[in-house]
Design a protein around this ligand. Structure first.
Ligand code: UGY
Ligand code: MN
Length: 263
């Protein structure tokens, strides 16, 4: 059952679900089973909290549907918390210190920790997004800044010299130590895969935007598809094969960067 897939009430088949939760290590969360969470400060929005510290993540991820006239009433984040919003369907007006910015599908906004994120859906259709917040880790002499963009206007390049895997960075963290995290998009043509099973300290929260694949999480293989969410905790071994015929396996994901480990 989920308000997101329209499957509610009596079910024809057995109760079954692909979600797997290994707290602190990884989680695969499919759409079926997700419920709405009420969060003060959001008007006329449906929100589901995905990753959180209760799952073992140092950040929070959310699915958000902003209905027509839906809006933030007090700003999200700020006071040391940075935020990011990616819109995968619909239009949204974001209110920034540089004025109002119009996000279309593929649009995104990063708001640094000294400002909060606010928006209004002025359109007559719902806007659907992937929302993120994290406590910012400062580093002397550097500072993150507001970023507004659209993934359809970014340059993509071959991932680790593999022409059937494309990647892009949504934030300028590779050139700016002020950013302590980045968002990326990775896209695997059917049959493509990572070149190795990664093991690294960084955490990820990934939303699958298209396609199907087999995902390795801590050396367990899981079928995955568009709409699934994956949390990968620090040091969780991870890799994917894309399967299917026509559609690439594409996901947007966060990754912390540019900071030493705490001790
Ligand atoms: O950037 C990354 O660490 C990315 N390659 N990880 C992943 O796709 N699971
Ligand atoms: Mn990784």
């Amino acid at each position: 059952m989920s308000y997101l897939n329209g499957k509610v009430g009596f079910r024809d088949g057995l109760l079954e679900n692909r979600s797997v939760i290994k707290r602190g290590n990884y989680a695969l969360i499919e759409t079926d089973g997700l419920v709405k969470n009420v969060i003060p400060g959001f008007d006329n929005c449906d929100i589901t909290i995905l990753a959180s510290p209760l799952l073992g993540a140092s950040f929070c991820d959310y699915l958000i549907t902003i209905h027509p006239n839906g809006r933030t009433t007090k700003g999200f984040g700020g006071d040391g918390v940075e935020t990011f919003l990616y819109i995968h369907e619909g239009d949204l007006t974001v209110h920034t210190k540089e004025g109002d910015k119009e996000l279309k599908a593929g649009g995104y906004v990063f708001t640094p920790a000294d400002a909060s994120l606010s928006f209004t859906n002025k359109s007559d259709k719902p806007a659907k997004g992937f929302l993120y917040k994290r406590r910012y880790k400062e580093v002397e002499g550097h500072k993150a800044h507001l970023v507004v963009g659209n993934v359809h206007e970014l340059e993509y390049w071959a991932y680790e010299n593999m022409g059937n895997v494309m990647v892009t960075d949504l934030l300028p963290a590779a050139k700016d130590l002020g950013f302590d995290m980045n968002f990326h998009i990775l896209s695997f043509e059917p049959g493509a895969s990572h070149g190795y099973i990664e093991t690294h300290i960084q955490e990820h929260g990934a939303l699958l935007l298209s396609g199907q694949g087999m995902y390795n999480l801590d050396n367990n293989w899981y079928p995955v598809e568009k709409g699934d969410y994956i949390f990968m905790g620090a040091y969780c071994p991870q890799a994917a094969y894309a399967v299917g015929k026509d559609e690439p396996l594409t996901y947007i994901y966060s990754k912390d960067c540019n900071r030493d480990s705490e001790i």
